[in-house]
Design a protein around this ligand. Structure first.
Ligand code: NIG
Ligand code: FE
Length: 435
């Protein structure tokens, strides 16, 4: 993992040395499947040599100081150092808010009832369509800052509040602009199949099936063409589908994901949030990068996850945000040999939470995983869910120097403590951020 100098008398000069960390959690050794989840690769009195935005070496302070020197020394004594968090499921870009619906839910209305009455996702669709690109970017920028403050250095972001080609493309444009203008690395997902748009719910409009055919037959090819014109140097975005009662059936989800796959898009799915329709099994059979939510997942689908590289992304802020009592069955997923990740699901309806430390606090209590397992789920495994495990999610030679310092004496304080920000410093590609 390290490139220590052969000759200790001749230390290599690097841009920055971070040293004396109470605990340096490297998360080295790749994606953590099944019972391997929670291997922190912990080094007490740890240090890192950083050169040109990348990790040159990780080790004990003694080892690093023997082999490297630098004009910039960062003393991390009394702090825990982790890879920057990777948030592999967010709906970061939107305009407006749903505070009124929150009040209705607190008074007893359910998320699906509000959705069926024309609120929910569609209400954010209305405000996002009205907003235009600049307003979308401005509103999202504040959320990007909060994510960085709370230690997230890479995040996935979905479209899905346009539900028509023009606004969906504007959302992709907003994601590209936010990615270019901020240190947060964003990984885009096209989520035109987030909900049935109002134009398709009126009588005689063809309903969900007609919209499914539009997404599969027209929107996906148009997104691919747009991408070729605007972001040809980047891999295609993921394509996601909300497979749920009131959204897209299993058959409709299959139609969309198969069309996406045929066009070369990598895949994701929202599955089993309220009812297990088989979406997770579908995702596995299509080789999707991840299946997300997974609260009501049938046992056979959990077993299928165990034998696949499809990452199970749990979103504990969502049942919490909806005051529900069932969470992702992490123990069963781990026992089956699955790859478990956690994310915030940051969105204006169910979980307006930029802070993945909150997801860790909830996962430890309601999914029954340990702080070490939650940390691995929010770093290296989260990176795997968005195809970035080769670059981020652990502190190893050759990876990006994306890391965080936490003002805590032991990593177990993550999860244990909640409601305050434990991150004191966020570093992206070797640069300390002023956030
Ligand atoms: O992942 N479940 C569907 N979509 C989002 C919620 C989006 C919204 O309510 O605006 C989710 O929880
Ligand atoms: Fe979501």
């Amino acid at each position: 993992m390290n490139s220590f100098n052969e000759n200790p008398g001749d230390p290599q000069v690097v841009d920055l040395i971070l040293h004396s960390a109470a605990q340096l959690c490297t998360l080295w050794g790749g994606v953590q499947r099944g019972e391997r989840l929670g291997e922190l690769g912990l080094i007490s009195d740890g240090a890192l040599a950083i050169q040109e935005g990348l990790i040159a070496a990780a080790g004990s302070t003694e080892q690093i100081l023997e082999n490297y020197r630098s004009g910039h020394m960062l003393n991390a004594s009394g702090q825990v150092v982790l890879p920057g968090f990777v948030d592999p499921h967010t709906h970061l870009v939107w305009a407006g808010d749903r505070a009124v619906e929150f009040e209705q839910r607190v008074a007893g209305a359910s998320y699906l009832e509000i959705m069926q009455a024309g609120g929910g996702i569609v209400s954010t669709v209305r405000s996002t369509r009205e907003a235009g690109l600049e307003e979308m970017v401005r509103a999202s920028q504040a959320r990007v800052e909060r994510m960085l403050q709370h230690g997230t250095t890479t995040a996935e972001v979905k479209t899905g509040y346009g539900l028509e080609l023009e606004t969906e493309l504007k959302m992709l444009q907003a994601i590209l602009e936010l990615d270019a203008d901020s240190p947060l690395d964003l990984v885009p997902t096209f989520f035109g199949a987030h909900a049935i748009p109002p134009e398709f719910t009126a009588k005689g409009s063809g309903g969900a099936q007609a919209y499914t055919e539009l997404v599969a037959g027209e929107m996906l090819p148009a997104v691919k063409a747009w991408w070729g014109e605007h972001a040809a140097d980047r891999p295609l975005p993921y394509v996601d589908v909300f497979c749920e009662d009131g959204a897209f059936s299993l058959a409709q989800s299959r139609t969309i994901l198969e069309a996406a796959r045929a066009l070369g898009f990598p895949l994701k799915i929202h599955a089993d949030e309220f009812r297990g329709l088989g979406g997770t099994g579908l995702a596995v059979s299509l080789g999707a990068a991840s299946a997300d939510h997974l609260v009501q997942t049938p046992d056979e689908d959990i077993q299928a996850l165990g034998g696949s590289d499809t990452v199970a992304v749990a979103l504990p802020c969502t049942p919490f945000g909806l005051a529900e009592h069932e969470y992702t069955p992490a123990g069963a997923i781990i026992a089956a040999g699955g790859i478990l990740a956690i994310a915030t699901d940051l969105n204006p309806g169910t979980a307006w939470c930029e802070n993945i430390q909150m997801a860790i606090a909830l996962a430890t209590r309601y999914m029954g995983i340990t702080p070490a397992q939650a940390i691995a789920a929010a770093t290296i495994n989260a990176a795997a869910a968005i195809g970035r495990a080769d670059r981020v999610g652990s502190l190893e030679a050759g990876k990006q120097a994306d890391l965080i310092l936490l003002d805590i004496p032991d990593y177990r304080h993550l999860g244990y403590r909640f409601g305050t920000n434990l991150v004191s410093t966020t570093m992206k590609r070797g640069q300390i951020l002023e956030v």
